[in-house]
Design a binder for this molecule. Structure first.
Ligand SMILES: [Mg+2]
Length: 183
């Protein structure tokens, strides 16, 4: 089971993908995740470096397709900018989008590699479908729910102490509540 979460290659960014190694393994097509792989999360701008590298990839004979779970308008905007085919609302890690991308590029799973920043979607789906998988470090990591909760807690650290006086059965204030109220 765990092998499905293990990428074949790990790299710092898409421009560090070892193309010679992929060629040796018979890879002819690359499926790219969009958010945090080609662009920053939810941003349409692609850096000149990434644009040039994707252009060079096609010059070297690789077929490319963007496979993203994001919605159609966003994915199409970036794909048109780069002149690449795309599949939106891909629902990775489900296999359907990988199968559709393979059909689009007219390549077998053995000739494809999925490149993305997420283990639970890009890598898991790619391994289930049977393509090579490349895990790239996210361009700008998204904040997790835990990180957002912690930063909100830090912002609200100066909230006033609760002024709740605890009383016992006879209506006397307890020592603990007195200490709390002294703050
Ligand atoms: Mg991503």
């Amino acid at each position: 089971m765990l092998q499905y979460f293990a990428p074949d290659i790990i790299c710092r960014s898409i421009t560090d993908i070892p193309l010679d190694e992929l060629k040796e393994r018979g890879i002819r097509g690359l499926l790219f995740d969009l958010d945090n792989t080609i662009t920053e999360w939810q941003k349409d701008e692609v850096t000149e470096r990434n644009k040039q590298w994707l252009h060079d990839l096609r010059e070297q004979g690789f077929s490319i397709c963007i496979v993203s779970n994001n919605h159609a308008p966003r994915v199409k905007r970036v794909a048109e900018q780069l002149g690449l085919p795309c599949l939106h609302s891909a629902a990775k890690p489900r296999r359907k989008s990988y199968w559709q991308a393979a059909a689009l590029l007219k390549l077998a799973p053995q000739q494809l590699a999925m490149v993305g920043d997420q283990l639970l979607t890009d890598v898991l789906g790619g391994n289930i479908y049977g393509v090579k998988t490349v895990l790239a470090k996210p361009i700008k990591p998204e904040k997790t729910f835990f990180q957002i909760a912690c930063s909100n807690r830090r912002k609200n650290q100066d909230y006033p102490a609760r002024n709740i006086e605890r009383r016992d059965y006879f209506g006397r204030s307890s020592q603990r509540s007195k200490l709390c109220n002294q703050k």
